[in-house]
Design a protein around this ligand. Structure first.
Ligand SMILES: Nc1ncnc2c1ncn2[C@@H]1O[C@H](COP(=O)(O)OP(=O)(O)OP(=O)(O)O)[C@@H](O)[C@H]1O
Ligand SMILES: [Mg+2]
Length: 352
């Protein structure tokens, strides 16, 4: 992989609770983590993947770039949520040119939006497992107004949006460079963020099944906030053990365990749905990412319900990391949150 200066990009993951940025550098011996930073954003700036308060968010992005002393203006960002539709479809085998011409009319039936309102992209996955006359095609549709919204946001922050990716693909990009993973094993990547969860079952770089849910750490905060009649901010402090009287409160642990079981059952459902439709293939590995990994009980619940190995992602393992700049304590806390930003920073200007 050649990382020329010209096609270099900063990866920017605009989550609904944290913005993260990553910048990588080619050292000749491998890629190193040059910059990584995160900034907390107030709830409500991004809702269901849509930008609600553009000016405040642009200011936050600007401030994060400034605090990290980043000079590069070219960025790769990603989108997710309801306005992004990813589906594997089955089509009759044909030439690439014919496929290109047919994809819009074929796509129409799979997308819940007017075809004129979405940008369509696709990738041929290979021959269908059911018929040699058919091919599987990965179809991606992103609402044009969503793309326009993010472009405007990035311009407002004084930056150039060079690549607009999809969250799930950016995460998959990071997974593919993890040195310790066996990519031949059927693996489930789970990203549990503040307001959404994405699940992606993979084998040898090909996606076998994808799912999105509205689960996330906000469920935990909301339930704690409701139980004690406190704000979401206070609930977060209580969960993190920062407020004396509520820290380690039995009720908080009870709610946490209930949420962990709920997420566990959602993950099991996806694994079981996949396994019942595949020919004896089982999910051997589950890799957890996103802020949800910090919830006690999730890993144990998955280990007790499924046969798979369960681990938490550490995207920094794939990079050369200067311990003086990024100490271990930082890596442990930031690792699970950093994967999408790193996957985006791996992109090059000319990538499709
Ligand atoms: N060290 C930690 N301990 C406990 N909880 C944490 C920790 N770090 C993050 N979280 C939780 O994880 C959430 C952030 O996770 P993440 O960065 O994956 O979400 P996001 O990308 O902003 O959200 P989304 O992808 O859903 O828009 C925080 O809001 C917090 O609830
Ligand atoms: Mg996220």
């Amino acid at each position: 992989m050649i990382f020329g200066k010209k096609d270099h990009l900063v990866g920017l993951d605009i989550g609904s609770s944290f913005i993260k940025l990553a910048e990588l550098k080619d050292t000749g011996k491998g890629l190193s983590l040059h910059k990584f930073g995160m900034a907390r954003i107030k709830p409500g700036l991004i809702v269901e993947g849509r930008v609600v308060d553009m000016e405040t968010l642009a200011d936050k992005i600007k401030a994060l770039f400034k605090s990290q002393k980043i000079r590069e203006k070219n960025v790769a960002i990603s989108t997710g949520g309801h306005s992004v539709v990813i589906k594997t479809i089955n089509m009759a085998k044909r030439s690439e040119k014919e496929l290109h011409d047919a994809i819009h009319s074929e796509a129409e039936q799979y997308i819940p939006y007017d075809i004129d309102d979405v940008n369509i992209d696709y990738q041929i996955l290979g021959e269908s497992e059911f018929s040699p006359e058919q091919i599987n095609v990965l179809l991606v549709a992103v609402k044009k107004d969503l793309v326009a919204e993010y472009i405007e946001l990035i311009h407002m922050a004084g930056l150039n949006p060079r690549i607009i990716d999809v969250d799930t693909f950016a995460l998959q990009n990071t997974y593919e460079i993890l040195p310790y993973e066996s990519h031949e094993k059927v693996t489930l990547l789970v990203d549990i963020g503040a307001s959404k969860t994405s699940l992606n079952i993979l084998k040898a770089k090909a996606s076998l099944m994808m799912r999105d849910t509205v689960s996330g750490t906000n469920q935990f905060l909301e339930e704690v906030a409701n139980s004690f009649d406190i704000s979401m901010e206070e609930a977060e402090q209580a969960i993190n053990g920062e407020t004396g009287d509520l820290a380690n409160h039995e009720k908080i642990q009870e709610i946490g365990l209930k949420i962990a079981q709920l997420w566990c059952s959602e993950i099991c459902e996806v694994v079981n749905t996949y396994q019942s439709s595949s020919n004896d293939e089982v999910v051997e590995k589950i890799i957890l990412c996103g802020g949800g990994v910090f919830l006690d009980g999730l890993k144990d619940c998955l280990l007790s319900e499924l046969e798979a190995d369960v681990s938490v992602i550490n995207p920094f393992e794939a990079l050369i990391v200067n311990e003086n700049k990024f100490p271990d304590s930082f890596i442990t806390k930031a690792g699970p949150l950093a994967s999408i930003a790193i996957g985006l920073a791996l992109r090059r200007v000319d990538d499709k």
